[in-house]
Design a protein around this ligand. Structure first.
Ligand SMILES: [Zn+2]
Ligand SMILES: [Zn+2]
Length: 126
């Protein structure tokens, strides 16, 4: 689902943060964003990864690296990032079953061929 992302900068800060309407409302409620915080720009994007890619471009941070490898969406085949937003830009949030890594116990999503901590799984057996 396409949603709005707003780059908002606190007075005195150099870099703005990037927030969805929900996360902005939440932070304002908690007082973590003040009334003085100013809107720098806003964009619409389908996933956090898309929004972060544009954020990095506009900030001069270099290419955005999504967390973990992409996997094909189980519904439409479009790449999505289960370790990141786990959202397909076409279908929306994807719920996967997560399994503990046999080496370190950290959870990885079904269909993944890597553990974020240990790296790619060795399919030749060990
Ligand atoms: Zn999809
Ligand atoms: Zn592991």
């Amino acid at each position: 689902m396409k949603r709005r992302y707003r780059a908002i900068r606190e007075k005195g800060d150099y870099n703005p943060g990037l927030y969805t309407d929900e996360s902005e409302a939440d932070l304002r409620l908690k007082g973590l964003l003040t009334n003085d915080a100013e809107l720098i720009w806003e964009i619409e994007a389908y996933t956090d990864e898309e929004a972060m890619a544009i954020y990095n471009l506009r900030m001069g941070f270099g290419p955005y690296e999504p967390m973990g490898h992409w996997q094909p969406c189980p519904k439409c085949g479009a790449p999505f990032y289960p370790f990141g937003s786990s959202e397909c830009w076409r279908c929306g949030p994807i719920s996967l079953e997560w399994h503990p890594c046999p080496k370190c116990g950290m959870l990885y999503p079904e269909g993944s061929n890597e553990c974020l901590r240990c790296g790619p799984f060795d399919h030749c057996g060990s």
